[in-house]
Design a protein around this ligand. Sequence first.
Ligand SMILES: Nc1ncnc2c1ncn2[C@@H]1O[C@H](COP(=O)(O)OP(=O)(O)OP(=O)(O)O)[C@@H](O)[C@H]1O
Length: 346
Amino acid sequence: MTTPEHSPVAPATPAAATTPGAATESAQPVIRVSDLRMSYGSTDVLHGVDLEIHRGEIFALLGPNGAGKTTTVEILEGFRRRSAGEVSVLGTDPTRGGDAWRGRIGLVLQSWRDHRRWRVAELLKHFATYHPAPRDPAGLLALVGLTEQADQQVDRLSGGQRRRLDVALAIVGRPELLFLDEPTTGFDPEARRGFHDLVERLARDEGVTILLTTHDLAEAERLADRIAMLVNGRIRACGTPSELARRAAAQAEVRWTTADGSPRRERTEDPSRLVWELHRDTGGPIGDLEVRRPTLEDTYLHMVHREDPAGAGTGDSAGAGIGETTGAGARGENEAGASDGEKRAA
Ligand SMILES: Nc1ncnc2c1ncn2[C@@H]1O[C@H](COP(=O)(O)OP(=O)(O)OP(=O)(O)O)[C@@H](O)[C@H]1O
């Protein structure tokens, strides 16, 4: 049996609280990226990325295939040398990060070619020996829901179970910073929920900083304190999920049923005004009234399509995915402008 690829090497540095200069460092962003550029040969894939991620934050990096997410994360992890720009991770330039620095970072590894015959608990205990203050392997197996698989060989695990083992291995050394690259691919809904709870606990209770890349907008919205949308190597939007949803150029959609029973729907930047007008015109209750606010998915698709009109997505995301549908009391805050009365009359 061989040791895992990229395995953390002992002795790793314990948590920042015991690290010299920790007080100063804890006030600094855990990740600071300024004007990051990357080219593969003559192809530019990152065009000046700026990011700041703070201690205890869950930060999601979203973007379509080929946007540059993995390239960015690999540069932050110290596995890829950038072409230009400034990068600081836990106060260190990743190109100069030594074993102590690496020991403070948790990675979800995806290469298990050499470890197929290891048993789950055995592999976890082995990883634990690389760290000065590891989590208890049995407790960790319970935490990720793999207690029943403790004596199973790694190559007998299902895809979702292997992914959970990946996560357990990434956090066994109590990292301060955890990189999660599409962590819930292959998870069933219950496993995904359990994983989300675990990620939240790590950030809220232990102050772990988490950088998540995902294509699952619902996952980003559920977990992330802030989200950055990377499109064609540039950050196109960054903010909390609700800020980004409100930033959508997409309009709110109002649906109702007329007095003669016909369903109607209209898009508007000012849903409260439309509802007020409907109420005034009908002089009574508005049947089946629904107001659907712009969603994170609306913003995402808008950003992607603005860059590449022929690109990914369906173009019209109304009614799809993660949008919340609210009753008559809902208001589309931040919106301005008049409703489109002509469309309503049509
Ligand atoms: N080693 C490499 N050599 C040359 N080009 C590469 C290399 N790695 C990535 N690229 C290119 O760089 C661009 C960004 O790739 P990257 O893997 O960072 O995107 P991504 O956002 O992670 O995509 P996905 O969502 O599909 O994983 C793509 O056009 C890709 O083809």
